[in-house]
Design a protein around this ligand. Structure first.
Ligand code: UT7
Length: 334
């Protein structure tokens, strides 16, 4: 039995202003609003344009500003900043440090965490471990991606899916029963060929050749990723439900990673959770990778009640996947 729980006490979010619609994409590649809506469930996605700013840190600063507008906290009290992202501003310095410096979180240890679309869950698990160990009391978990910079807008297999956005959560020590109850995090790196961005790292540093070969863009074998996503998210959720002796009726909300509406429906159908308990905003935001789960919590914040039982689940490149069972920590209107 843990002495403390780690609980989310505040949430912030931001999506850029520009809406890239299916109609606009249809003029760029051979696709249609009908195909994208039916096969993926996306109508529009938000894209950060240079006029609004540059880099994922720009999205994070706005998300933190949004959090501060609802829940004032002293930035000097934050002891760790974890930034889950696959699209940091630079390979180094890490984006967590840049954001911390600009928001006054100057007493915190800062690092980025890369677990693709599972990044928010991985970061939450690390924050949870930091807090229940007794070492830290306040951790800022940021999860954001600017996938538009690694999306190939000549490839119809990937360009309708990906988008930009950022969410952040303040995770604090709590002595009551609410907070993170259990987590499962998994990875299998044996088949990176199914989903990757091979350029820009130490194997394929940027070169004329890497650019010509489109190695700096996301590439995926959609059908294979789809199957792994469904089976692994179902498995992780099932394990959490069983080992916490939970009936599906006791779950108030399921928050799945927003990769494809058909993936979300398959997972929740297997788990036998009705649609009205499932947070879905993929239609408006697309797949924002690490940001998708916190952006759902952000959109639904006003409907959440203290003590609500929530199941989060994600799957992404790596492959990485996992699930978190938590009890919500606050009433927004309290
Ligand atoms: O965030 C975690 C990582 N990503 C995911 O979880 C994504 C997982 N995968 C998926 O969401 C889906 O597999 C996709 C949306 C990527 C693709 O959907 P699909 O139903 O698996 O389509 P498919 O790749 O099997 O393609 C079916 C057909 C093909 O045509 P043919 O060969 O049957 O003639 C494709 O060329 O649809 C075609 N197609 C398109 N047609 C119109 C593929 N993309 C498009 C498009 N517009 N954008």
């Amino acid at each position: 039995m843990n002495q403390f729980h780690a609980v989310i006490t505040a949430i912030g979010g931001y999506v850029p202003n520009y809406r890239l619609t299916n109609e606009e994409l249809s003029a760029m590649v051979d696709t249609s609003d009908e195909w994208i809506t039916k096969r993926i469930g996306i109508k529009e996605r938000r894209i950060l344009k240079p006029e609004e700013g540059k880099g994922v840190s720009c999205l994070a600063l706005k998300a933190i500003e949004d959090m501060q507008s609802k829940h004032r906290f002293n930035p000097l009290d934050i002891e760790a900043v974890i930034f889950a992202t696959s699209t940091p501003d630079y390979p180094f310095p890490n984006t967590a440090s840049l954001v911390a410096a600009q928001t006054g979180m100057t007493k915190a240890m800062c690092f980025d965490l890369e677990a693709a679309c599972s990044g928010f869950l991985y970061a939450l698990d690390v924050a949870n471990a930091f807090i229940i160990s007794g070492k830290y009391k306040k951790v800022m978990v940021i999860a954001g991606d600017q996938l538009s910079v690694v999306t190939d807008y000549t490839d119809r297999n990937t360009c309708p899916i990906f988008a930009d956005g950022c969410g952040c959560t303040l995770v604090e020590r709590s002595d009551d029963d609410n907070g993170i109850i259990d987590t499962i995090m998994c990875a299998d790196g044996s088949t990176p060929e199914h989903l990757h961005q091979y350029g820009g790292g130490s194997v394929n540093p940027a070169s004329h050749e890497s650019v010509d070969k489109h190695l700096h863009y996301i590439w995926q074998e959609g059908k294979v990723v789809f199957k792994h996503a469904v089976s692994n998210m179902v498995d992780a959720c099932d394990q959490l439900l069983k080992r916490n002796h939970l009936n599906k009726e006791e779950i108030n909300w399921v928050v799945p990673h927003q990769a494809n509406l058909r993936i979300i429906d398959s997972v929740t159908n297997y788990l036998d959770i009705p649609r009205e308990k499932v947070m879905i905003n993929i239609e408006h935001y697309g797949n924002t990778s690490a940001a998708s789960i916190p952006l759902c919590l952000w959109d639904w914040e006003k409907q959440l009640k203290k003590g609500d039982r929530i199941l989060l689940t994600a799957f992404g490149a790596g492959f990485t996947w996992g699930a978190v069972y938590l009890k919500w920590g606050y009433d927004t209107n309290a």
